[in-house]
Write a protein that binds this ligand. Structure first.
Ligand SMILES: [Fe+2]
Ligand SMILES: [Fe+2]
Length: 139
């Protein structure tokens, strides 16, 4: 699925927008590595490195993003705060599960790659572009 970054996705808070953009860029790098692997132009070592980087990003950088975003929601008394926080937590735990499965397998599991691809694209399309965008109305 082709998804492009556009300024419409910004909520107007520099730090949060920068973090969302970083997510988009990380997703792009990961998808490129997957495409190359599937078209047999890439090797599994490069793809594995990209996946490792993506996991590191999602569990480290993006955890900080969730904390920053939740702090903003609290400060602005965002009415759907709890619901929003639950989604963040669910996403992290789903990623942890995939990461765990991924680390168990020696060969790259293509189904797992697809699953990860779907998850992060869905996050971008349905969370960042919709749920997070809604925050802008309350700033
Ligand atoms: Fe966000
Ligand atoms: Fe969010």
């Amino acid at each position: 699925m082709t998804v492009n970054w556009s300024q419409d996705l910004e909520i107007g808070v520099e730090k949060i927008d920068r973090q969302h953009r970083a997510f988009f860029e990380q997703r792009d790098k990961f998808l490129n590595a997957c495409t190359k692997l599937l078209e047999e132009e890439g090797d599994s070592k490069t793809t594995r490195d990209e996946i490792d980087e993506l996991f590191y990003f999602l569990t480290d950088y993006f955890k900080t993003h969730f904390d920053d975003e939740e702090e903003l929601l609290e400060e602005k008394e965002y009415p759907y705060y709890e619901q929003h926080q639950k989604r963040h937590r669910k996403f992290i735990s789903e990623i942890q599960e995939i990461k765990y499965e991924f680390l168990q397998s020696e060969e790259i599991d293509i189904d797992l790659l697809h699953n990860l691809e779907e998850k992060i694209t869905d996050w971008f399309v349905n969370h960042i572009a919709k749920e997070d965008k809604k925050i802008a109305e309350y700033l």
